[in-house]
Design a protein around this ligand. Structure first.
Ligand code: AMP
Length: 291
């Protein structure tokens, strides 16, 4: 029997056939399927997606897979945190029904040769600084969609461009899946939760705060009437530089096309990617729109 103090443990599945069988059984029982793709090292940002899925759907699947194809050759694939036991316990507390955590070789057979390549907004921002990243993301997400065939799939606005591209892929490829994008979960001081925050030393953690602070400044400037994008970007950059961050980009962009804007006279996404020491962090905020 389920009680509040003894959450039932989600089924941990590593085999694709078992995943399909369990989902087929849930669907045969008339349940709607919600999917939350993650790379594990779970935190409250991830569980907010699981909670949203739990509210909307009768069978909630969280996938945990550190996807090698979305990492560049000099990125942190091998040291990315892997904490499956703690992740399973956390997901049990959030009423998740099934965790799918396949081994790498099951998702990418040696002869794997098919990838999803996106253009348009995929070529900007992260696409510029992490070539091949979205090819890896779109490929793994489409594979997970095909395996789980969910009614709804949940993504965080923390990865603004990723969520936009998944919506675009679903529309472009006629996927019968509702894409839900959930708000950014932050620490009390404003830092966006990220699995990569564990890399930060105490000093880097303090300096990383300049990212969310500068986004708040941008939002304030725009709400007080600044419309010149270059002015906003300069103020953001100087805050990040004062904290000794290495900036990949500070962009004010159209929320749909991700093309740069020069005048902020309608809702605009402010997106930052910056490195604090060896750790690359991203964050964003929508300007010109109430919270
Ligand atoms: P990841 O494990 O980093 O691939 O993230 C899995 C999902 O969790 C993605 O849809 C992310 O956008 C989302 N996510 C990560 N961090 C946060 C956060 N702080 N708030 C909301 N969603 C998040």
């Amino acid at each position: 029997m389920k009680t509040d103090t003894q959450p039932s443990t989600p089924h941990l599945v590593t085999d694709a056939d078992e995943l399909r069988e369990r989902i087929a059984a849930a669907r045969a029982a008339g349940k709607t399927i919600g999917l939350v793709p993650t790379m594990g090292a779970l935190h409250a940002g991830h569980t907010s997606l699981a909670d949203a899925a739990r509210r909307d759907c009768e069978f909630v699947v969280v996938t945990i897979f550190v996807n090698p194809t979305q990492f560049g050759p000099n990125e942190d694939f091998s040291r990315y945190p892997r904490t499956l036991d703690a992740d399973s316990r956390l997901l049990a507390e959030h009423g998740v029904d099934l965790i799918y955590a396949p081994p790498t070789e099951a998702m990418y057979r040696p002869e794997h040769a098919t990838y999803v390549v996106m253009e348009g907004p995929a070529l900007l921002l992260e696409g510029e600084f992490r070539p091949g990243h979205f090819r890896g993301v779109a490929t793994i997400v489409l594979k997970l969609f095909n395996l789980a065939q969910p009614d709804r799939a949940y993504f965080g606005r923390k990865d603004y461009q990723q969520a936009l591209l998944i919506r675009q892929m679903a529309a472009d490829l006629n996927l019968p899946i509702q894409i839900e994008v959930c708000p950014i979960v932050r620490e009390a001081d404003g830092l966006a939760l990220s699995s990569r925050n564990v890399y930060l030393s105490p000093d880097e953690r303090r300096r990383a705060l300049s990212i969310s602070q500068s986004l708040r400044l941008a939002k304030k400037l725009v709400s007080e009437g600044t419309t010149d994008a270059a002015t906003v970007i300069a103020r953001v950059r100087s805050l990040l530089e004062a904290a000794d961050l290495n900036i990949d980009y500070v962009a004010l962009a159209d929320p749909h096309t991700l093309e740069s804007v020069t005048t902020v006279n309608r809702p605009t996404v402010a997106a930052i990617a910056a490195r604090v020491g060896a750790t690359r962090l991203i964050d964003n905020e929508i300007l010109g729109e109430a919270d």
